[in-house]
Design a protein around this ligand. Sequence first.
Ligand SMILES: [Ca+2]
Length: 213
Amino acid sequence: MKKIRTVFSTACFAACLAAGSAQAASTSLLLDGDFNSAAHWTQASAAGGWANFENNAAVSLNGSQYVVTGAAGNGGGGSFSQTVQATAGQHYTLSVFSGADAWWLPTGSMTMYFLNNATLLGSASRNTVDPAVYGPNYDIPHPWAAYTLNGWAPAGTTEIRVEFAANNATGSIWFEDASLTVSAVPEPSSAALIGLGAALLLGLGARQQKPRG
Ligand SMILES: [Ca+2]
């Protein structure tokens, strides 16, 4: 009995290790995600808005260059975007640090647009530096914080366009250290193996604890 339990424990341990290493191996699909270079980013601004690379020591998260986009309350805004290859059916996680200056009620946004050869299939989006979170306080600083967005690439997806934007036409939003990763979801075979191992261990444990009668 002890030998059988050891065998199944070892099988589960190996499967769990495999799932863990898949997570650790996940690397960002974005180029220049640290914004230290503008080479792979598309900047856009309209109606008096702005989208700039800056390195202001008083603002910088880690002493390196970051991006800032915003507007002066005139209806304009700006954005930074990058398009990468993607695979339908995979689960993606977009992460970024974002903050804002102490001026009016700035709100940023982060979005994943799922595309089939430039045709929009769907999107996932969320706010950064959201007044709904910080409260309706004018003229207070919104310090850097980590924001995460998750989404499944729908059938037909060939690319994801990642966008960071100022979305309410007032104040300045900062972004730094962006990453886009394929989330590690255990493959069905591994998940089944882990489940089988756990079920067998539970079964063996219950059988051992059962009083002799
Ligand atoms: Ca940087």
